[in-house]
Design a protein around this ligand. Structure first.
Ligand code: B1M
Length: 215
């Protein structure tokens, strides 16, 4: 039953059916299924397949948009449930965003949800944010951790710009920088001088805890 629901969720994303995705997410919660597993085993493989269909020329940009909408419709139902176990003590303040020139928001938002669910105070500054936007938010919120997401090989360069901007603002020694996103690697993170790289939202939480010194 669990596997079948995961497959249906994946299908709704691949077919680009936001209504079905939303209804299935509600049904999954009613059945007591784990929302994180629904995301990791259902929605994520679905959007992964969408990416492959796009790369092979079978899907076009409008398909990507509607499939992402289906994924978001289901996440809107599942993510609040992840936050229900939120701990009360704040373990760290994070400024999180997708870098300049990059409109991909789903992975970044998922990382934010998981960090919030694990006690971090997360300021999500959104998508297409410049290095200056990150620096301003760090000053404004007194954050000790920056998370920069990039999904394009062209925009991952911006992660390095954020680190440079933090240096120029005299903030680099007070703040840790974590990077992630599909094209990002451990090697890239160390090349640009980031403090850490996380492959997915779960490892982002573990890394964030290490970086702020709570684990
Ligand atoms: Co775009 N896109 N897209 N897209 N898109 C990719 C990324 C691509 C790999 C598709 C492909 O060709 N196979 C490709 C990039 C190629 C490259 O550069 N290597 C691509 C392209 C080319 C483009 C456009 C250029 C297409 C065009 O216009 N011709 C265009 C660029 C627009 C722009 O940003 N300027 C574009 C546009 C779009 C949409 C806007 C239509 C849409 C996004 C909608 C939205 O977000 N609201 C979209 C989508 C949906 C995708 C794919 C299919 C799915 C992305 C996604 O949401 N994944 C994607 C293919 C793919 O990734 N397989 C693709 C699900 C999400 C949960 O995973 O974001 O990887 P992900 O996040 C993960 C981890 O990466 C990690 O944790 C998350 C959860 O596990 N993570 C972090 C992410 N951020 C992190 C930060 C951290 C730590 C971990 O610390 C701070």
């Amino acid at each position: 039953m669990v596997e079948e629901m995961h497959k249906k969720l994946a299908r709704a994303v691949v077919d680009g059916e936001p209504g079905d995705a939303e209804a299935l997410a509600k049904e999954a919660l009613e059945q007591g299924l784990d929302p994180l597993a629904c995301i990791a085993e259902g929605l994520a493989p679905g959007i992964q397949q969408v990416g492959e269909l796009f790369a092979s020329g079978e899907y076009f940009l409008p398909d990507l948009i509607i499939c992402a909408d289906a994924m978001k419709a289901a996440l809107d139902i599942l993510e609040p449930r992840l936050l229900e176990d939120q701990k009360r003590d704040i373990v760290g303040r994070v400024v999180l965003g997708t870098v300049e020139g990059d409109l991909h928001e789903i992975g970044k938002t998922l990382v934010g949800t998981m960090l919030t669910a694990n006690g971090f105070d997360v300021t999500d500054i959104g998508i297409d944010k410049s290095a200056a936007d990150f620096v301003d938010a760090v000053k404004d919120k007194g954050a000790t951790l920056v998370g920069a997401s990039a999904l394009l090989t062209t925009t991952m360069l911006q992660q390095g710009k954020i680190i440079e901007a933090l240096q120029e603002a005299g903030l680099r020694d007070q703040i840790k920088v974590m990077v992630g996103g599909a094209p990002v690697t451990e090697e890239w993170a160390s090349k640009i001088g980031a403090d850490g790289y996380a492959e997915d939202a779960i490892s982002a939480v573990a890394l964030a805890k290490i970086l702020v010194g709570v684990q």
